[in-house]
Design a protein around this ligand. Structure first.
Ligand code: FEO
Length: 170
């Protein structure tokens, strides 16, 4: 059974992951407005992944005989100045999420809750990937600068990459 403290922290993390899902969907909408369908698709799939992250916590709380209590979700940012601005914000967001996961992990260690630690290991690994992906796109967009042709090529590449990932078995 989950301790009340860990249960509260995991309920908060459901809210954080749902916020992330909305934030990435808002970013996807921004790219739709810019007519960059590859970026929009990349962000849309990211939004779906964040919802899956929330549901992993949702299921784990129930598996441990805990109670899920959904909370209000803050509105996402909807104004951005450039694709680079979007990915800089995405990277900051992922760094914040890594901190949130680490805080819950530290709590599970303090409580000798080994099942929670095993569950959270997946998220620790996932955050390395999440930060890496955002950092790579920040770096690439810095190189692209204001070259529209390079941006369009990157858009095609991101759209193709996401399409290929969708065809992979889960
Ligand atoms: Fe749920 Fe992007 O971390």
């Amino acid at each position: 059974m989950l301790s009340p403290t860990l249960q509260a922290a995991m309920n908060d993390q459901i809210t954080n992951e749902m916020f992330a899902s909305n934030q990435y969907l808002a970013m996807s909408a921004y790219f739709e407005d810019l007519s960059l369908p590859g970026f929009a698709q990349w962000m849309r799939m990211q939004a779906e992944e964040e919802r899956e992250h929330a549901m992993k916590f949702y299921d784990f709380i129930h598996d441990r005989a805990g109670q899920v209590r959904l909370q209000a979700i803050d509105p996402p940012l909807v104004e951005f100045v450039s694709p680079l601005d979007v990915f800089e914000k995405a990277l900051e967001h992922e760094q914040r999420v890594s901190g949130q996961i680490n805080t819950i992990y530290a709590l599970a260690v303090r409580e000798n809750d080994f099942a929670s630690q095993a569950f959270l290991n997946w998220f620790v690994t996932e955050q390395v990937e999440e930060e890496k992906n955002s950092q790579q796109l920040v770096d690439t967009l810095r190189m692209v600068g204001d070259r529209g042709d390079a941006l369009v090529m990157l858009d095609r590449e991101l759209g193709a990459r996401r399409a290929a990932q969708q065809m992979e078995p889960a």
